[in-house]
Design a protein around this ligand. Sequence first.
Ligand SMILES: [Zn+2]
Ligand SMILES: [Zn+2]
Length: 303
Amino acid sequence: MPAIAKARPVVGAADPATPVSAFHKFTVVLLILIPLGATLFSMYAAWRWTNYFSAKDLALFGAFYLMSSIGITVGFHRMLTHAAFDAPPFIRGILLIFAMFALQGSPLSWAAAHIKHHAYSDKPDDPHSPLVSLFHAHVGWLFASRVSKPKYAKRQMRDPVVMFVTKTCGWWALLGIVLPFLIGGWTGLLWGAGVRIFFVHHVTWGVNSICHTFGSRPFRTGERSTNNLAVGILGMGEGWHNNHHAFQRSAFHGLRWYEVDASGYFIRLLSTVGLASKVYSVPRELMAARRQEGAGDRMSRTT
Ligand SMILES: [Zn+2]
Ligand SMILES: [Zn+2]
């Protein structure tokens, strides 16, 4: 694929995107370095001092990791971006607010960037292809141009719940930091916000970098997306990224019994209790038709 191999982190004629400001870049640097610093400090503190943190701090880490991850995977990704299912406004609102705890931008900016990723996967206009570099796909793309929301997130802009959370997004992001502090004090802040945000960030970004580089490709998709077990588990099912590129609307990214997909199980639970409707799943015949001949699930480095 020579054309793909020459991909560059530029925005071409496909997108009237605007360059990001120096302030935006500074904010991104802080959003990367502060959670990293918190994680390194917590490792040092755990080694240096006994009883520095408690079971309550770990519970805060777990609870806020689950809330923010489910918010991103079920809320921002499967519901908002791909319309894999529908839900009452209060459930949609809660999922989008939980996603704001992950500090990954507003619902509209997240959806616009991801829709553009699917439109130009591993081509020059892809916002985060690892064919530019693994670093670019992971965090470097956050310093590149903004993606046009009216162009890529037009449908989402018609949803009043999405617009409400987008307009108030800063407050929800702050809430995801303040709550762990109010519940657990300084160590609660360290684990429930700092360390937790570090993990949520890098697992999500790992879908863009690792899951377009390392793993298997059971389906023909025309780009470099892969299935990766580690990201599948840590990322609540998002690591079955080749499956996802093959069937973008599917509410379930794990398509076989052993492809662990916590987000898919959560959507099934919502549906069972009547809080999700129009849940889209892929017909078996379609799955069989798209499966690559002899692809299996072998692991490979694919660049
Ligand atoms: Zn992808
Ligand atoms: Zn997607």
